[in-house]
Design a protein around this ligand. Structure first.
Ligand code: NCD
Length: 304
């Protein structure tokens, strides 16, 4: 197994499949009355969150606790970070406290890679700027595999604000590794430079793509990362790139609708779609715990 999980590119097909298979086993723990395994007893997992998070932080916390690890939740607000302490000094402090794994979310792309040079423990990237979010890609792949039965040859449309999305970047890489066919659907202004070198097709026309799609993944429009105007208006965006009920009905019957959360209801996704039977949004959250248990187990389980 690898020492850190910094990027979806760290996972070859065999390792990614091992994580998904391990997550399937971990999911059985959630169904028990006592939702705990003794595997990581005596190990310390630090959650180092410099950026806001609901799902990812609590998901890592629950995952580590279900494996009996000690968990320290460190958020930049209320810590010495607000006094100007650097990431390096914060890392060395956590290191001195004996962290076996550090889960980091940071607004700077590359922060997780830097951290991996400074601490002895395993580093898990829980989202670095617009760069990567590998455990999100793993939980998305897990969700698709469990709903559609396979990943090889599955047609996935990733729709919306690709430019600012670490979820899209990690998903494109991991899905290509696992043999899925990805199409990015986005207004030209929300596609990154160099997207033609990604292992994905590109389309500007959502209606043309939907009938040939097995899983459609809607991305949040990331207004907090936009200091410019990327589209004329919210209404115009929703009209061209939002998934409403009519568009959902153009999907094949077996197709699923995904969103990593948090959602802008009424913008990239209509409430009737988010709450429909095709939506896997709540399931993705539950699967996130199983996948993160698998990642922590595989990164730390073998080490003493
Ligand atoms: C995503 C993130 O923070 O990168 N959310 C998540 O982790 N579930 C996507 C987003 O913020 O839009």
């Amino acid at each position: 197994m690898i020492a850190h999980l910094l990027s979806a590119a760290d996972l070859d097909r065999e390792t990614a499949t091992l994580v998904l298979d391990t997550a399937t086993e971990m999911a059985t723990v959630a169904g028990r009355e006592v939702k705990k395994l003794p595997t990581l007893r005596g190990r310390t997992v630090v959650n180092l969150f410099y950026e806001d998070s609901t799902r990812t932080r609590t998901s890592f916390e629950v995952a580590a606790k279900r494996l009996s690890a000690d968990v320290i939740n460190f958020s930049a607000k209320g810590s010495s970070v607000s006094k100007g302490e650097s990431l390096k000094d914060t890392a060395l402090t956590l290191q001195a406290m004996g962290a076996d794994a550090v889960v980091i979310r940071h607004s700077a792309s590359g922060a997780a890679h830097r951290l991996a040079h400074w601490v002895d423990g395993s580093v898990v990237n829980a989202g670095d700027g617009t760069h990567e979010h590998p455990t999100q890609a793993l939980l998305d792949a897990y969700t698709m595999r469990s709903r559609l039965g396979k990943l090889d040859g599955v047609r996935v449309a990733i729709v919306g604000d690709v430019l600012h999305s670490r979820v899209a970047r990690s998903n494109v890489t991991l899905l290509a590794t696992l043999g899925a066919e990805v199409t990015l659907v986005s207004p030209p202004t929300l596609l990154p430079v160099g997207v033609d070198s990604w292992p994905a097709a590109v389309s500007y026309d959502l209606d043309a793509v939907l009938p040939d799609t097995d899983a459609v993944m809607m991305l949040r429009v990331q207004r907090e990362r936009m200091n410019d105007s990327f589209f004329p208006s919210a209404r115009e965006y929703a009209r061209r790139y939002g998934l409403d009920g009519a568009r959902m009905r153009a999907l094949p019957d077996h197709a699923i609708v995904m969103h990593p959360g948090p959602m802008n209801r009424g913008m990239e996704i209509a409430p009737e779609v988010a709450d429909s039977a095709r939506s896997t949004i709540v399931e993705q959250v539950a699967n996130g715990v199983s996948v993160r248990m698998a990642v922590l187990y595989l990164l730390l389980g073998g080490k003493s």
